[in-house]
Design a protein around this ligand. Structure first.
Ligand code: GLA
Length: 731
């Protein structure tokens, strides 16, 4: 899969689907040649066209006027040596110089994929699945090596990249910026798709032209954030869901991130992604190594669905881990929107008595069971049981739940501390804070300094005390504010720029220790809804709460955006009350069920308040979901219609062998004299005859090419329809 041609100095990573080409150019600069559809042979026509250009200087100490770093397509750009575009790396030397100039040294190819130490990453199960090319570049003045790593998987259109800096000299260096990946694309018209959002409005798909200058997407909040997901896709103006090229860039990282595009003066586009340089300054002492997070690059020539499908498989099969990676995820009833903090044993008993006969499989006790937490003003950091709320305590709750043949889930917010807590009274320095300055409260809480091992240890031991004593089957790990006063009492002045990355490493450390100690617990990530929905967390927790917004209509957009980069098995979705508590919108029970059922399903409402008719609907929804759970959680997901401008959403799940499919259709606003709209399915076997639940037969090719009208949906706003098709026979 990886070759190096000594005579042309060209590296070629290739499989059946993609090729990635680079060359060692004059001056030992590592040039980017190509990333895209597989080519079997490369003759050399992408070599840098030589031309003297005004105001783009030449290599240091060279009089060769038609060769400039400023226009060369590169794999790794330096700083302050003639490439005026955004650099991939900036390192400050002891003398204050911030120049970086890495040149090719050597390469090696290894079978499989080396692990990234202390960071989440994609992996192989067998070394024959992938090969990794490690190219070493050196900045001789800094005496620093850079190992660029490229993994190609045998049957996916994916390149996984990361970079490692090694200080081989005697100077103390400071990394001010280091990307995880760089690609410089030759001239072409690009648009970029990103996933901006907000709390309760996560991952809204945005598509814009890539104009001249710098376009940047980032989070400075200490987490990947609701506000900008660590994912972008470069597409052409004619790329659709089903056709055209798409280049995905996704970081396996949960902290401050930065995705940068620069369209230069001859219309080439540079793409960089990695840890955000904002507030970042890493001390690299002699012999130290710095490892960047991983970036997952995906190529598709089958539109956005092609790209998403590759990410879905990759994240599900080679990033997520553990017992629940492929397991059926239980249907949840969560007490949060039913009770908020106001629960006691009898309320829980009532929820259980209602949930069990409906077929719901797990009860999750949300916020409020610990310390003296009766509202959100206290007790974070005190992970011992609330003295009065639950008779017999958590042990008794767990026993009652298991007696009903259900499973027990529990909420934690490990990274936080309330000023009204025993932990804060004992260790006020455990909270992030800058000496002599005020501490910013958000939701009336502070953030623990997870860059310190003793802080992470403290929380770990408190959690262990609970989890070793109470049978818990699931943990919802929440994180309900962003970082401020990013400063650590434990680090010297010249390392304060490391705190936010070290914080993220602390989160990963605690997550890893917990999943190792409790392999039978299913973990769900959460950060005020979908505020840390990223591939980094997915490495530890196979699912994540997609949004605090449970309004079915808002969820159509949130779940569509999420599906661009993340598999449906990672996205949890619950039915809640109508009118919805976040938007005030009233939707039918059916519509709420159909939207929530498109992910990892559950309920988040007071079951006792449901009418008998509604309970019957719940029973049906639960039974339907159980019957099709495998298909929804592990089948291929295809976006058919995404109504960012129109009025319809439609999506589909197809099994691997194409023998069954589920089609979900949603109509937004009701119109008088509506148009007749058609839906055509996708991803089916054209030769299979499928039967729907009414016993009607359709050819696979008929469903895909002819399709059917979307009538008759009732005359109301926000309606939905689900159809199931199973293979009857082969045509
Ligand atoms: C966050 C979560 C909610 C709930 C509350 C509890 O907002 O996203 O689901 O757990 O915290 O405080």
């Amino acid at each position: 899969m990886i070759t190096f041609d000594e005579s042309t100095q060209v590296f070629h990573l290739h499989n059946q689907q993609i090729s990635y080409l680079m060359s060692v150019e004059e001056g030992n600069l590592l040039a980017h040649l190509y990333f895209g559809k597989a080519v079997s042979h490369y003759a050399g026509e992408r070599a840098y066209p030589r031309r003297d250009r005004g105001f783009s200087g030449n290599l240091p100490d060279s009089s060769e006027r038609d060769y400039s770093k400023d226009t060369l397509l590169q794999e790794w750009s330096g700083n302050n040596t003639g490439d005026y575009r955004v650099p991939a790396v900036i390192i400050r030397d002891e003398n204050g110089a911030r120049q970086t100039d890495f040149r090719y040294q050597s390469y090696r190819i290894v079978a499989g994929k080396p692990d990234l130490e202390n960071l989440p990453h994609s992996y192989v199960v067998d070394d024959s699945e992938a090969q990794t090319l490690i190219i070493t570049l050196t900045d001789t003045a800094l005496n620093c090596d850079l190992a660029l790593s490229y993994t190609i998987f045998d049957n996916w259109a994916v390149i996984a990249r990361d970079a490692k800096l090694i200080n081989r000299g005697s100077h103390v260096l400071h990394i001010e910026k280091i990307a995880s990946m760089q690609i410089d694309f030759p001239k072409q018209d690009f648009q970029v798709i990103s996933l901006p959002g907000a709390h309760a409005r996560e991952r809204q798909v945005e598509r814009q032209e890539v104009g001249h200058g710098v376009t940047q997407f980032e989070s400075r909040r200490g987490t990947s954030s609701h506000h900008m997901n660590p994912f972008i896709a470069l597409v052409h103006p004619d790329t659709t869901e089903f056709a055209g090229e798409a280049f995905g860039v996704q970081l396996v990282y949960s902290g401050n991130h930065q995705e940068t595009l620069e369209r230069d003066y001859i219309d080439q586009t540079r793409v960089l992604a990695g840890i955000n340089e904002y507030d970042f300054d890493w001390k690299l002492s002699p012999k130290d190594v710095f490892q960047t997070p991983e970036a997952l690059l995906v190529y598709s020539d089958q539109g956005l669905n092609g790209m998403s499908n590759t990410y879905h498989h990759l994240l599900r099969e080679r990033v997520a881990r553990g017992k629940y990676q492929y397991a059926k995820r239980p249907i949840v009833i969560n007490n949060w929107e039913a009770t908020f903090f106001d629960f006691d044993s009898s309320k829980i008993q009532e929820i259980l008595n209602n949930a069990a006969p409906l077929g719901i499989e797990m009860f999750v006790l949300d916020d409020g069971w610990f310390g003296h937490r009766d509202d959100d003003n206290s007790s974070l950091g005190d992970w011992f049981e609330h003295a009065h709320k639950l008779q017999g305590g958590l042990k008794e709750v767990s026993r009652q739940i298991h007696d009903k043949n259900m499973r027990f889930g529990l909420w934690f917010e490990p990274e936080m501390i309330s000023t009204d807590s025993d932990l804060y009274r004992a260790h006020p320095d455990y909270a992030l804070q800058v000496p002599g300055r005020g501490k910013t409260l958000s939701r009336n809480q502070l953030v623990l300094d997870f860059s310190r091992k003793e802080v992470v240890d403290n929380i770990f031991h408190q959690m262990v005390k609970i989890l070793d004593n109470v049978k818990v089957d699931y943990i919802k790990w929440d994180m309900n504010r962003h970082l401020t006063e990013v400063y650590s009492a434990a680090l010297p002045a010249d390392q304060q720029g490391e705190v936010s990355h070290r914080y993220t490493l602390g989160v990963y450390d605690l997550a890893e220790r917990l999943i190792e100690r409790y392999p039978d617990i299913l973990f769900e990530g959460c950060s005020g809804g979908g505020g840390r929905f990223d591939a980094g967390m997915l490495y530890y927790f196979p699912q994540s709460w997609a949004s605090d917004n449970t309004d079915a209509v808002a969820r159509l957009k949130i779940q569509t955006g999420t599906s661009l980069a993340y598999p449906m098995s990672s996205m949890t979705a619950h039915v809640s009350v109508s009118p919805n508590q976040q938007t005030g919108r009233a939707t039918s029970f059916e519509m709420r069920g159909d939207v929530a059922m498109s992910g990892v399903f559950g309920y988040e409402l007071d079951l006792a308040k449901l009418t008998d008719a509604e309970k019957e609907i719940v029973k049906k929804q639960v039974a339907f979901y159980k019957e099709h759970r495998q298909l929804i959680q592990y089948g291929d997901f295809i976006r058919i219609k995404s109504a960012f401008k129109g009025n319809d959403f439609a999506w589909e799940f197809v099994s691997k062998d194409k023998s069954e499919a589920l089609l979900f259709r949603f109509k937004l606003m009701s119109l008088a004299q509506p148009e007749f709209t058609l839906t055509k399915m996708a991803g089916l076997d054209p030769k299979i005859v499928y039967e729907d639940e009414k016993g009607h037969s359709y050819g696979g090719d008929e469903l895909m090419s002819i399709g059917f009208y979307d009538v008759p949906l009732e005359a109301a706003d926000w309606t939905s329809k689900v159809d199931y098709f199973a293979a009857k026979e082969r045509a």
